[in-house]
Write a new protein. Structure first.
Ligand code: PMP
Length: 398
């Protein structure tokens, strides 16, 4: 008998870039395709000591079932960590721990989206968010971006027209755009949230990965100075990009009512995030290791971002257009077609594999009206030498 799956599965298809990822195993491929941090950056010794400490100090709690909201010492450490970054008035009760920030997105989908509800996202945005919200039946609306993030005047028009359930943004070093929303636009987003009484979701896994000056304050931090906006804001954070994605520790800060509903849904989903991972993360933060780890990863990724930008300008010249990223893991670029060169990222992706370099074309990151000339290049996992070689190969493919 054929299996009868839920109708909601008709809303999504398996990721269009999956096929590409299968090719990454080919020997000698230099990959700019992944969305992950470099595993060579993991502070293995620090995490080993933190997990030892967790098992020594609190073995019962670290290995037992725990509260769905999260392991209290970790909630306290996370509130202090967020406070150190400017969210001064945050209490541990204002956040729940999630199994990666991916789960926070899923819980937002579960608690907020009924089939047919409209949700505004950036064009382009994080692919897994598109898939996740569609699984819950959302009708996604694409808000255009430029080098300074989402265009707020266009966003406001879309909010007024569509009255969305919420707006999902990655304001700081977005995936895939790498863009940083300007301070002025951040204020505008919060003001329009209040004006139109629209919930804003700020997904912020990359905000700590800045290369020079710190980015403008997060929407969360800014919300303290825009009356009425904190009640209309959910903020998702993650340990994945700086510490380790394998720990699966993320968190969500949101109005109390939303947190309560999300906690209820989480209970039926995974009961709680791994207590062992949470206790390890709590010990890691308590040991005060985060600042040194942050300084190290920022330095390495900054060098790689610079190397990639320089190589792209040298090898591809006029044929490519991009904004040099100020943080995060990605260069978001656009093929210009100058000199009659390839102007479609999907075509170039296939040719690039033949030349021994991989990247992800930009098309799948758009929920509507894709710009097929775009590409996402990660500079995170290849060292500077490999980046130069990989970009040279990209030049040949072009
Ligand atoms: N949001 C964005 C924008 C991401 O890029 C990612 C990871 N690629 C996530 C959320 C999920 O990260 P995690 O679940 O590991 O915290």
């Amino acid at each position: 008998m054929p299996l009868r799956f839920a109708d909601r599965l008709n809303n999504v298809e398996t990721s269009a870039i999956r096929e590409l990822f299968k090719l990454l195993g080919k020997p000698g491929i230099i990959s700019f395709a992944g969305g992950f941090p470099d595993s060579a950056m993991f502070d293995v010794q620090g995490i080993r000591e933190a997990s030892n400490q967790a098992l020594t100090e609190e073995p019962g709690a670290a290995l037992q079932y725990g509260a769905t909201e999260g392991y209290q010492p970790l909630r306290e450490q996370l509130a202090a960590f967020m406070a150190s970054k400017g969210a001064k008035d945050l209490a541990p009760e204002n956040l729940i721990v999630t199994t990666g920030s991916q789960q926070a997105l899923d819980l937002l989908g579960k608690t907020l989206i009924s089939p047919g509800d409209k949700v505004i996202v950036e064009g382009p945005t994080f692919l897994a968010t598109i898939q996740c919200f569609r699984l819950y039946g959302a009708e996604l609306i694409s808000a255009p971006i430029d080098g300074n993030g989402v265009k707020t005047d266009e966003l406001e028009k879309l909010i007024a027209e569509h009255k969305p359930k919420f707006v999902y943004l990655i304001p700081t070093f977005g995936n895939p755009s790498g863009a940083m929303l300007s301070l002025e636009r951040r204020k505008a987003v919060l003001e329009m949230a209040v004006k139109h009484q629209t919930l804003i979701v700020e997904d912020d896994p990359y905000g700590d990965l800045y290369f020079g000056e710190a980015p403008p304050p997060s929407l969360l931090n800014l919300s303290a100075s825009v009356p009425g906006s904190r009640e209309l804001l959910a903020h998702c954070g993650s340990m994945s990009k700086v510490l380790s994605p394998g720990l699966r520790v993320g968190w969500m800060i949101a109005p109390a009512e939303l947190l309560a509903k999300a906690t209820m849904c989480k209970q039926f989903s995974d009961a709680h995030t791994s207590t062992f991972a949470q206790a390890t993360a709590a010990q890691y933060l308590k040991a005060g290791r985060m600042p040194a780890t942050l300084a190290k990863v920022r330095k390495v990724y900054a060098e790689r971002a610079q190397a990639m930008g320089d190589a792209l300008r040298k090898e591809l010249g006029e044929a490519i257009d991009f904004v040099q990223p100020q943080g995060g893991l990605f260069v978001w670029a656009r093929l210009t077609g100058a000199g009659g060169k390839v102007a479609d990222g999907n075509v170039l992706a296939k040719r690039a594999i033949d030349k021994g370099v991989a990247f992800v074309p930009g098309t799948p990151f758009f929920c509507a009206n894709p710009d097929n000339a775009t590409l996402r290049l990660s500079f995170a996992t290849a060292d500077v030498e490999k980046i130069r070689e990989g970009v040279a190969r990209l030049g040949q493919a072009l």
